[in-house]
Design a protein around this ligand. Structure first.
Ligand code: KIV
Ligand code: ZN
Length: 524
């Protein structure tokens, strides 16, 4: 629904699959993108920005397929301010039930300098490209990138040009997360008041979280008159991320008394999609993240627990079930069957195919053999473990690690590398260091370890550890995850998972592959 006469309705524009996926290391597979688009549609997202079709053949195919399978949501593709981008975008989205072209150009002095255009030349370019987009599609969104650092008079001028050329949504991006709430509200308010034709279009807000103000800035923009919020699940996005969908939606719901606007989002689906995006992007949600963090509804201190038992409203401003959070129950043991596992996964909001279930069931049985009690969170961790067999060049066959107080740790690892088995032994400063060294001996690589993180999934000494590993090689970033009751095994597998993803990225960006280097210079 993008046309509404309800002046209090705020449209939710989700860009997890475009701005979110642009986050270094957050690359999703084709199937994962289709799945996430389906979940976004089901939860009531008004507009899904499905990708940047000119960026690669893969992006084009994903956007086309999402468009062809679209149901309720408008499907939007991104295009720079050039005819080639816009034509490619239209080709990808034209089969959507409701297509939208989103075209943009950087309008601040710094961004104008990249293509080296004068203010007048850029104004002409905006007129030409928005007109072209409008001739193809009757739903066109235009964005002046870095709007919040664009001179006021120039911003007004270009917004007016875009409206006259036929844009029906004007998005005002805070590209570098520079604005603050009062300024964000004021900017939208003044644009609506001063730009001729502004009352006939929808103003959108698109905030980045560099100063931790994306949610506040988006809500302030709505107070100023914006009626579309651009956001991502879990706040995924470049640098500090984008506005988190779950935060703005729940803020509008919980504080409707002072923010009298509403969205069409079914909030009970939030937890499920948050988990799926964390899994497929390889970006775990921080424990104390608002709304979807593991601790968001946990009450540890005695005073809080006592207060909660007397009346949950003492310490809770929303109910866990409002965001689709059900209690972590004891689920199954080693005698549970495949049907019970599928049932549990469905309750947790995961829909998986037969092959994935087969693989997960093997890992569930292994876990149930080692761990007496298997909880919901254990199942979620297994799903998140990032095993990606179809793309695996490297696989750990077996490992043995000796460590203790007596000297350096020793790891012996047997790995299958592109179908060939080999074994290496290495010593290191602790069992994880020794294991990573052994893996590097078997698969020499120059990737730098950027992040190594371990979390216990549940309580108890037999708890599974989920490990995240982020690697960087020549500017390419990949994140791997694994879960195991043995922290060292989880660490080694997460490292190998990150290497597998890096190999896939390398293949995709090799000369002759389908990835094109996207530059903001290419506005023409
Ligand atoms: O942050 C930004 O400016 C963007 C634009 C492409 C809308 O993502
Ligand atoms: Zn952005």
């Amino acid at each position: 629904m993008t046309q509404t006469t309800d002046k209090d309705r705020v449209l939710i524009f989700d860009t997890t699959l475009r701005d979110g996926e642009q986050s270094p290391g957050a690359t999703m597979t084709h199937a994962e993108k289709l799945e996430i688009a389906g979940l976004l549609d089901e939860m009531g997202v008004d507009i899904i920005e499905a990708g940047f079709p000119i960026a690669s053949e893969g992006d084009f195919k994903a956007v086309s397929e999402i468009a062809a399978n679209s149901r309720n949501s408008v499907i939007c593709g991104l295009a720079r301010a050039n005819i080639g981008d816009i034509d490619r975008c239209w080709e990808a989205i034209r089969n959507a039930a409701q297509p939208r072209i989103h075209t943009f150009i950087g309008t601040s002095p710094l961004h104008r300098a990249i293509p080296n255009l004068t203010q007048d030349e850029m104004a002409d370019r905006i007129h030409e490209t928005v007109t072209h987009a409008r001739n193809l599609c009757d739903n066109v969104q235009w964005s002046p990138m870095d709007a919040t650092r664009t001179e006021w008079d120039y911003l007004k001028r270009v917004v007016e040009i875009a409206i006259k050329a036929g844009a029906s949504t004007i998005n005002i991006p805070d590209t570098v997360g520079y604005t603050a709430p009062a300024e964000s509200a004021d900017l939208i308010k003044r644009l609506i008041a001063e730009v001729p034709g502004a009352d006939a279009v929808i103003f959108a807000t698109h905030c980045h979280n560099d100063l931790g103000m994306a949610t506040a800035n988006s809500l302030a923009a709505v107070a100023g008159g914006a009626r579309q919020i651009e956001c991502t699940i879990n706040g995924l996005g470049e640098r500090a991320g984008n506005t988190a969908l779950e935060e703005v939606v729940m803020a509008l719901k919980v504080r409707h008394d002072i923010m009298p606007w509403h969205t069409g989002i079914d909030t009970s689906r939030i937890m499920n999609i948050s988990r799926r995006v964390a899994t497929v992007s390889g970006f775990p949600v921080q424990y104390n993240k608002a709304i979807v963090g593991k601790n968001a509804f946990a009450h540890e201190s005695g005073i809080h627990q006592d207060g909660m038992l007397k009346n949950p409203e003492n310490f809770e401003i929303m109910r866990p079930e409002d965001v689709g959070l059900t209690e972590s129950n004891l689920v199954m043991g080693k005698h549970s069957g495949r049907a019970a596992l599928r049932d549990k996964l469905e309750q947790l909001g995961f829909e998986i195919g037969d092959n994935q279930l087969k693989d997960l069931f093997v890992r569930f049985k292994e876990l149930a053999d080692r761990k007496k009690e298997v909880f919901d969170d254990d199942i979620v961790a297994l799903m998140r473990a990032g095993e990606d067999p179809e793309n695996d060049h490297l696989q750990i066959v077996s490992m043995k690690v000796v460590c203790g107080t007596g000297g350096p740790a020793e790891a012996t690892i047997e790995m299958e590398i592109d179908g060939k088995d080999s074994t290496a032994t290495a010593h290191g400063d602790g069992p994880v260091d020794a294991s990573f060294k052994a893996i590097r001996e078997l698969y020499p690589n120059a990737a730098h370890l950027q992040l190594y993180q371990v979390h216990a999934v549940t309580a108890g000494t037999d708890a599974q550890a989920t490990v995240s590993v982020r690697l960087e090689e020549d500017g390419m970033i990949s994140t791997g995850q694994s879960a195991n009751t043995d922290t060292v095994v989880a660490s080694a597998k997460a490292y190998v998972n990150a290497l597998n993803r890096l190999i896939t990225r390398r293949e995709k960006s090799a000369p002759g592959s389908d990835i094109r280097e996207i530059s903001y210079k290419d506005v023409s």
